[in-house]
Design a protein. Structure first.
Ligand SMILES: C[S@@+](CC[C@H](N)C(=O)[O-])C[C@H]1O[C@@H](n2cnc3c(N)ncnc32)[C@H](O)[C@@H]1O
Length: 248
């Protein structure tokens, strides 16, 4: 089994991945960021939606949201979060390498480093191709991740994140001449420790831009935060946005 197929990683480490703080940030970003100011009632595909951190605020904003993810248990949590928030969204259990729905969406979002998971680089490119295929002409893809440039300042420095009743120790290591990284996570609660690790590609802005081009996107832009700030030395994330061309 590949690491991303392991539900224990996503649900066992939920408290560091899907935090109330991230929910508040996502709600704020969707309400105020120019990057998320889509046309009213836009059809939005939330690729690798997890427990719905972005699905809920996108649906609350009036967009017609479809959340897709590999893990049915996470989709159940996303559906429950939508029910709690009294908003509607649709959910599908799919593999992002395989799922596309031609011309079905105005926007595709892929948030919080949900990209670069697959060993074969062609599979990662396929996720972008599937997004391109799923967009109607003029539609946009937004990918948000930790990039080479934003990761470089702290890669290798262990981090400790407090979680209710315990802590998660995170250690990471750069692999393959900065092509990939491995993160080791240990959750310690009382005298019980749980361990997991994940290995992911890490892209520079230039590399991800080139993948967007290969997938067919045009008007490709890079931003350094979720509010659309510049991708410069102060960037905290890499957000790449591309457009599917309208026919000439
Ligand atoms: C870092 S989480 C981010 C979730 C969500 N986008 C967010 O902002 O909270 C990555 C998600 O990718 C999903 N995932 C992993 N491999 C996948 C695959 N092959 N196809 C679809 N989803 C996948 C995981 O189940 C997980 O929910």
């Amino acid at each position: 089994m590949s690491w991303y197929e392991d539900l224990n990683l996503w649900s066992g480490f939920s408290e560091v991945l899907f935090t109330p703080e991230r929910e508040r940030l996502a709600a704020d970003v969707v309400a105020t960021s120019p990057l998320f100011a889509f046309a009213p009632e836009s059809r939005v595909l939330d690729q690798c939606c997890g427990v719905g951190v972005y699905t809920v605020p996108l649906a609350r904003h009036g967009y017609q949201v479809t959340g897709v993810d590999l893990h049915p248990e996470l989709l159940d949590r996303a559906a429950a979060a939508c029910a709690d928030a009294e908003v509607k969204a649709s959910f599908l259990q799919v593999d992002a390498r395989e799922y596309s729905s031609p011309d079905a969406f105005d926007v595709v979002v892929n948030m919080h480093t949900s990209f670069g998971y697959f060993e074969d680089p062609e599979d990662n490119l396929q996720v972008l191709r599937n997004a391109h295929r799923s967009l109607s002409p003029g539609g946009r893809l937004i990918v948000d991740l930790l990039s080479k440039e934003t990761y470089a300042s702290w890669a290798g420095t262990p981090k400790i994140v407090d979680v209710p009743g315990g802590m998660v120790v995170m250690r990471d290591r750069i692999l393959d001449d900065w092509a990939r990284y491995r993160t080791e996570w240990t959750l310690v609660r009382g005298n019980v420790a749980e361990h997991t690790s994940l290995t992911c590609y890490v892209y520079s802005a230039a590399e991800l831009r080139s993948m967007f081009e290969q997938a067919g996107f045009e008007e490709i832009e890079c931003f350094g935060d979720l509010n659309g700030g510049p991708y410069d030395g102060a960037a905290t994330r890499l957000i790449v946005r591309g457009t599917k061309a309208r026919p000439a």
